[in-house]
Design a protein around this ligand. Structure first.
Ligand code: HEC
Length: 137
């Protein structure tokens, strides 16, 4: 463990992108497990599934007002299909584009949920990763 902690990951990670490029030229393999952010930072690619990781969060914190008892702003958060369809402001998420996804923006700015227990940082991060990795079912 000590050894792993001593590796200067922060310095190494940006170079992984070049490593991917070179290795894909030599070995004809892509790098499936990293994703490049717009600022060039390479992130580990983490697959998150809606039914396993996301639905329970929305069921607990959101669907009371967006599905079961009301559909505020015309938004039903009970299914992936209805999440993608969105509400009055249009689609609530855009696949692969967390920063253009209204749902994430409102959660991160702590506007949603407007009452009750706010989402934990870890849950918000999970939703971000899910959208970034393509909002898989
Ligand atoms: C207590 C009720 C309540 C809860 C719980 C709630 N919302 Fe909302 N939500 C609203 C209301 C009311 C609006 C409309 C706000 C407005 O128009 O100013 C809204 C609007 C939205 C919108 C904008 C929809 C559109 O198309 O205009 C999104 C996205 C959203 N909520 C996401 C969420 C998410 C995600 C959660 C759970 C983390 C959540 N909400 C929990 C009441 C709620």
């Amino acid at each position: 463990m000590q050894l792993i902690r001593r590796i200067p990951w922060k310095k190494i990670i940006p170079h992984l992108k070049n490593y991917c490029l070179i290795s894909s030229m030599i070995f004809h393999t892509g790098c499936l497990h990293t994703k490049t952010k717009s600022n060039g930072q390479v992130l580990p690619f983490k697959k998150v599934n809606y039914s396993i990781a996301i639905r329970p969060i929305l069921d607990k914190h959101c669907i009371e007002c967006h599905g079961t008892e009301a559909t505020e702003s015309g938004l039903d958060l009970r299914t992936l299909k209805s999440i993608l369809k969105g509400g009055e402001s249009g689609p609530s998420i855009i696949k692969n584009r967390p920063d253009e996804s209204l749902l994430l923006e409102l959660i991160e700015d702590q506007i949603m949920p407007p009452e009750g227990e706010p989402l934990r940082k870890k849950q918000i991060k999970k939703i971000r990763s899910w959208i970034l990795s393509g909002a898989s079912p």
